[in-house]
Design a protein around this ligand. Sequence first.
Ligand code: RB5
Length: 155
Amino acid sequence: MKVAIASDHAGLELKQTLAEYAADVLAVQIVDMGTLSSESCDYPEYAVRVATAIVSGQADLGILICGTGIGMSITANKIPGISAALCGDCYSARMAREHNNANVLCMGGRVIGVELAQEITRIFLTAEPIMDVDRYLRRRAQIATIEQGSRGEDR
Ligand code: RB5
């Protein structure tokens, strides 16, 4: 599995820790899309990098970290095909994959502890979307319809 990861300056330290954890412990292939320095930067650029990598097929899943995870999740969810989930607990991380089929995990580097962030990452990257429960599929399809409508596509 290929996972694209990025952060702004506020998420840099946690991003580096999680990138190492995911590669060494979870044995996933990590594509680090920045930022690479602690200099202040703007999170939308990095959210778009990861979102684009997923939509283009360069990565299977993504991880985005800013101070709270909020700016990253708001931005990533603007990109068609992206379902970004801001998670601060293990249950939400599992549900985000199993029920919502989220493809990007967002976390707040100024909010969450390292060990909880690692556990959330492990769960998010190993849980599988449930594909045989009609109501989950129906709700995901409803979201896709809303997304298409907001792009002005024919319905
Ligand atoms: C940066 O100071 C901070 O605003 C940013 O990392 C993020 O928390 C925004 O949602």
